[in-house]
Design a binder for this molecule. Structure first.
Ligand code: TNX
Length: 545
């Protein structure tokens, strides 16, 4: 009798393990299920040598908490172990590709580089029960890995998520948690939007007022834009350089690069409040308390260029990313049109108009960044008035900017609002919590393809990838950010990773329920597939952030 029961239990755990094997997000290029499984136990070890050892330390960090096992790192493998192997023979899969094989009594992950091993490890975590993602063991658990053979590699090198801590400041703890969730989805670029009209969030030692003044506002727009209503609560915060170094290092250990964004010449009001001489003489300035496009922008004096390059000098010391984002979006030209001095600068520099002045501005940054061994990224407005030679374009107002830039031989990241702006509603606006507008349901988000059909294969090589945007005007709390991000960011991870011909929304929908249990285990909020938790996310402003 007890034998029979044992058999049933074994069969059930096999079936559950098989279901789990089929629920990896983003979907691997190939996954072959085989008979059998590997049981990870308190005797299991991590086996690694050479440069795989560094990933073995990371693997310990990701396997010890949930299992409560010790996971010693050893060099000779035995059955029941997790084996990490650098195998140069796998270079055809690229540095981020990997193989995972659990058919021979142990789990073997091999890759030609450390990043690949890390992504194999993320797939292993998704082959295990969701409790592997908890921060401590919750009791005895069957850590069975189904027998599978996976061979996998990403479609794109830029698989991003964007955070906007300017409109509502986010504590460092949240950013670190978000990085953990990104890593689980094999996302590798965190676009960190650090300055905007409503707040300057990065400490700059040379210009302390940027955060003393620019990081704080007296009140904030509440409710829908049309209501023109404000709360009366001061809001603010910023990251010290040490906080940012910690974030960068934490991300790096998870193979994520943090790409900082310093906005110019628009979205500058917080900086103007701190240093009014950077403006067009239209002060006094106050840190922004309303959303939308704001007319006050930087002037284009040489001294302002110098100021911003001094800021960037400190930015480069903190962020090793080859890409530095300088914004460039939504810079109204009203002030430059009205300013005699701006008109004089246009003439002096032999420019035609205000668009060319903006282009001149961005060119200065492009040249300077190139001299410092970095590459400029900007929103698609940087195309207006002439694109700077080294610029990479983020195409947000649809795909046209990205297409034009790729055809002109520039790299692009496809971030069109209709598909990748996760501040849009993800269901019926009547029942969903307040959002900026628009509507991008999960199916629509999943359906996006970052390579527009009008590009030739050669031009398409300029599409580095895509990313999900989390503009945060209407997200007062971190729970709110998560609700808007998930599961759409899960969909985006699959757009960025999985080959186009293997994307299948029906199949994705089948894998999602198991995947959402992983988000539960990590205490990540998300929109339930039936929308039934929508009204619980219409949380009052400022609560629980
Ligand atoms: C436009 S996208 C902006 C942001 C807003 C966003 C809201 C972009 C480059 N600029 O400043 O937050 O729309 O969706």
């Amino acid at each position: 009798m007890s034998n029979f029961r044992g058999l049933i239990v074994a069969a059930i755990s096999m079936i559950t393990a098989m279901a789990t094997a089929q629920s990896i997000i983003p979907r691997p290029v190939t996954l072959k299920a085989a008979k059998g499984s590997v049981a990870l136990t308190a005797r299991s070890r991590i086996c690694a040598s050479g440069s795989a050892r560094r990933v073995a330390e990371i693997a310990r960090g990701q396997l010890v908490p949930g299992t409560g096992f010790e996971w010693p790192i050893v060099t000779r493998p035995a059955d029941g172990d997790v084996v990490l192997k650098i195998d140069r023979g796998l270079s055809r899969l690229g540095p981020e590709g990997y193989r995972l094989n659990s058919t021979g009594g142990r789990v073997e992950i091999s890759a030609s580089a450390e990043a690949g091993l890390f992504y194999g490890l993320q797939s292993l975590r998704q082959l295990l029960p969701p409790a592997i993602l908890r921060r401590a063991a919750i009791g005895t658990q069957d850590w069975t890995v189904p027998a599978v053979e996976i061979e996998d590699q990403p479609r794109f090198g830029w698989r991003g998520a964007h955070l906007d801590p300017c409109r509502h400041f986010r504590p460092k703890e949240f950013v670190l948690k978000f990085i953990d969730v990104m890593a689980l989805h094999k996302l590798n670029k965190l676009h960190f939007h650090l300055t905007d009209d409503q707040g300057w969030r990065i400490e700059i030692k040379k210009y302390p007022k940027l955060t003393e003044v620019g990081a704080w506002r007296d009140r904030t727009m509440a409710g829908a834009y049309s209501e023109q209503r404000f709360d009366s609560e001061p809001h603010g915060g910023f990251y010290t350089q040490e906080d940012l170094r910690e974030i960068v290092a934490y991300a790096k250990a998870r193979f994520i690069e943090v790409v900082p964004e310093i906005e110019m010449p628009g979205h500058a009001l917080a900086a103007l409040a701190a240093y009014p001489e950077l403006g067009n003489g239209t002060g006094p300035y106050k840190v922004g308390d309303r959303w939308g496009v704001i007319k006050q922008v930087f002037n284009a004096e040489d001294s302002t260029i110098q100021f911003l390059q001094n800021v960037l000098t400190e930015v480069l010391e903190i962020f090793p990313s080859p890409f530095i984002h300088v914004g460039g979006d939504e810079c109204p030209k009203d002030e430059w049109k009205a300013s005699a001095r701006a008109q004089e600068l246009i003439k002096e520099r032999g420019l035609k108009n205000e668009d060319e002045l903006q282009s001149w501005f961005i060119h200065q940054m492009d040249k300077w960044l190139a001299q410092h061994g970095r590459r400029l990224v900007g929103w698609d407005e940087i195309l207006e008035g002439g694109l700077a030679p080294g610029a990479t374009v983020m195409s947000w107002r649809g795909e046209a900017g990205g297409i034009a830039a790729a055809k002109a031989g520039h790299d692009v990241i496809m971030t069109p609002g209709n598909w990748t702006y996760f501040d849009h509603y993800q269901g019926d606006p009547v029942t969903e919590p307040l959002a900026i507008g628009g509507r991008t349901d999960l199916a629509e988000a999943y359906g996006y393809d970052p390579v527009p059909p009008s590009l030739t294969p050669e031009e398409a090589k300029h599409v580095l990838g895509t990313q999900g945007q989390l503009w945060s005007e209407y997200f007062p709390t971190t729970r709110y950010v998560e609700y808007m991000a998930f599961p759409r960011l899960c969909a985006l991870s699959e757009i960025a990773w999985t080959p186009r011909d293997q994307k299948d929304f029906k199949d994705f929908e089948k894998r999602l329920p198991e995947h959402l249990k992983r988000l539960d285990a990590m205490d990540v909020n998300y929109r339930k597939l039936d929308g039934s938790n929508a009204r619980y996310n219409g949380v009052p402003r400022k609560q629980g952030s």
